[in-house]
Design a protein around this ligand. Structure first.
Ligand code: NAP
Length: 250
């Protein structure tokens, strides 16, 4: 039956940035679809753990460095025995005029949003191959994987890079039964966009351009996240799906 293809029973997902926002919503959706979830966060994912009980395990790690990657894999496999799904969701944004954009604002965003994404994906890819299992990688991209944005050059560069490595890895790993895809959320009401939503002028401009007429929510992303983690998407490789209320179509 078609709906059975979307089930994640028996699967183990690793989701970064599990304490809040889009990552928390994805953790909840995966458990509802039948998976066990290892959430990675730099602060304890207390609320997520309370919501999801024994189907959730929290690894505390700061993803601004790749040093933490071996421990993340070890703890995940020790807890639930395997990894089937990786969601690279953790991300930061730094806003500053490009004319004076600092090296710190460049490096911090590139490290979390692109470098660690690549090397964590590489480590999980190695785990998939070791398991002879195939697997699903889902990168959280952005509208700025397609557009330049304003005052966020490192974020636009990193998220465009995320879309590029999604295609690169899909090309190399489809032969192992590994699907690498991305989701580009539109403008979603989370901590990431708090400053933007508080800027009355920018907020009104953005809202006026969204065909759906509203900001997105973590719940809006859950369907695409489950689809790309499930057997329903087995022949989808290297693509970035926009969940944006129609933003990119304008
Ligand atoms: P959010 O609420 O700010 O969540 C970001 C998550 O990443 C948080 O869990 C955060 O932890 C975590 N994180 C940041 N730096 C980290 C680090 N060094 N180590 C470990 N975890 C770290 O924003 P969100 O909207 O849910 O963002 C999730 C993803 O969606 C990001 O990749 C973002 O770029 C992307 N995105 C968001 C939007 C949007 O409109 N909201 C649009 C397009 C793409 P802390 O809570 O400890 O900071």
């Amino acid at each position: 039956m078609i709906l059975d293809l979307f089930k994640l029973d028996g699967k183990v997902a690793l989701v970064t940035g599990s304490n809040t926002g889009l990552g928390q919503g994805i953790c909840k959706a995966y458990v509802e679809a039948g998976a066990k979830v290892v959430g990675v966060s730099r602060r304890p994912s207390t609320e997520t753990a309370e919501m999801l009980g024994e189907n959730f395990y929290n690894v505390i790690a700061d993803l601004s460095t790749t040093d933490v990657i071996p421990r993340i894999i070890e703890e995940a496999v020790a807890k639930f025995g395997r990894i089937d799904i990786l969601v690279n969701n953790a991300g930061i944004i730094k806003r500053q005029d490009s004319i004076e954009f600092s090296e710190e604002n460049w490096d911090s965003v590139m490290n979390v949003n692109l470098k660690t994404v690549f090397f964590l994906t590489q480590a999980v890819g190695q785990q998939f191959i070791k398991q002879h299992s195939g697997g699903k990688i889902i990168n959280i991209a952005s509208m700025l994987s397609f557009q330049g944005g304003i005052r966020v050059p490192s974020y636009a560069a990193a998220k465009s890079g995320v879309r590029a490595i999604t295609m690169s890895l899909a090309n190399e790993w489809a032969k192992y039964g590994v699907n690498v895809n991305a989701i580009a959320p539109g403008y979603m009401a989370t901590n990431n966009t708090q400053a933007l939503r508080q800027d009355e002028e920018r907020s009104a401009d953005i809202l006026a351009r969204i065909p759906a007429g509203r900001w997105g929510t973590p719940a809006d992303l859950e369907g695409a996240a489950v689809y790309l983690a499930s057997a329903a998407s087995d022949y989808v490789n290297g693509f970035t799906i926009a969940v944006d209320g129609g933003w990119l179509g304008r």
